[in-house]
Design a protein around this ligand. Structure first.
Ligand code: ADP
Length: 213
C-alpha cells in the first residue's frame, strides 16, 4: 500500500513548486488568476482556510467542541468576526484555533497538489499570504514570487474591494511581515503598481521562468 502523504516535501521534485506571496491587496489573487489562465495549477491556501470554516466545512465540528457553539453562526459557518476578536485578544485561543485549522489546511493543500500532478500541470502555484510568517513554508518551494506595491496602493485597493476603513486595513498590515522582509526572500518580484495590462506582462515573464525551471 502507498504511504500516506503527510508533507508537500513528499511530492516535491516532480514539477516546480512556486510560492506566491505579498501583503494584503498587493495583487496575489490577480497574479494567480493570470497564471491559471496560462495553465498553471493554482492552490490558494487562503481560499482553503475559508472553505474549511464555511458551512459543512471540516473545521466546524472541532471548533464547536473546542470553543462552543456560540462561535458558529445559524447557517453553520464560523462566526469570523467573533472568533477574530477572541483570538486577537488571547494568544492561547489563537494557538488552539491554529492547532485545529493548520493541519486541515495542510491536508487539503496536499490533496490539491496531488490533483495538480495527476492532471499533468507544468508547475504548481501555492498562494500563501503569510508565507514568511508561517515559518516552514519556504522549504516546500522551488521558487518564491513576491507581489509588491507601495503600501498606500495596498490600502486604497483593499478599501475599495471591502468594507474595511483605513484603520482596519492598517491593523491587518501590522500583523503581516514588512515589505522589506518579504522582498528579502523573493526569487522574483512582481511590481504591481501600474495597470492590469502591465501586470499581465510581468506574469508572462514569471510563467516563462517557471516553465524553464
Ligand atoms: P490580494 O490577493 O493580494 O489581496 P488582489 O489580487 O485581490 O490582492 O487585489 C486587490 C484588489 O485590487 C482587487 O480588487 C484587484 O482587482 C485590484 N487590483 C490588483 N492589481 C491591480 C492593478 N494592477 N490595477 C488595478 N486594480 C488592481
Amino acid at each position: 500500500m502507498d504511504k500516506p502523504i503527510r508533507s508537500l516535501l513528499d511530492l516535491k521534485g516532480k514539477v516546480p513548486f512556486l510560492g506566491l506571496t505579498g501583503g494584503i491587496g498587493s495583487g496575489k489573487s490577480s497574479v494567480a488568476t493570470f497564471l491559471a489562465k496560462r495553465g498553471a495549477w493554482v492552490i490558494d491556501t487562503d481560499h482553503i482556510a475559508h472553505q474549511i470554516c464555511a458551512s459543512g466545512g471540516v473545521a466546524i465540528d472541532p471548533i464547536k467542541r473546542e470553543f462552543g457553539s456560540e462561535f458558529i453562526l445559524p447557517d453553520g459557518s464560523l462566526n469570523r468576526a467573533k472568533m477574530r476578536e477572541h483570538a486577537f485578544k488571547d494568544t492561547e485561543s489563537k494557538r488552539k484555533l491554529e492547532a485545529i485549522t493548520h493541519p486541515l489546511i495542510r491536508q487539503e493543500t496536499i490533496l490539491q497538489a496531488e490533483n495538480g500532478l495527476k492532471n499533468h500541470a507544468p508547475y504548481l502555484v501555492f498562494v500563501v499570504p503569510l508565507l514568511l510568517e508561517s515559518g516552514t513554508w519556504t522549504e516546500n518551494l522551488d521558487h518564491i514570487a513576491v507581489v509588491d506595491c507601495e503600501e498606500e496602493v495596498q490600502i486604497e485597493r483593499v478599501m475599495e474591494r471591502s468594507q474595511l476603513d483605513r484603520q482596519g486595513v492598517l491593523a491587518i498590515m501590522a500583523h503581516q511581515a514588512s515589505r522589506a522582509e518579504r522582498l528579502a526572500i523573493a526569487d522574483t518580484v512582481i511590481y504591481n503598481q501600474g495597470d492590469l495590462v502591465s501586470l499581465e506582462i510581468e506574469v508572462d515573464r514569471l510563467h516563462q521562468k517557471m516553465l524553464d525551471l
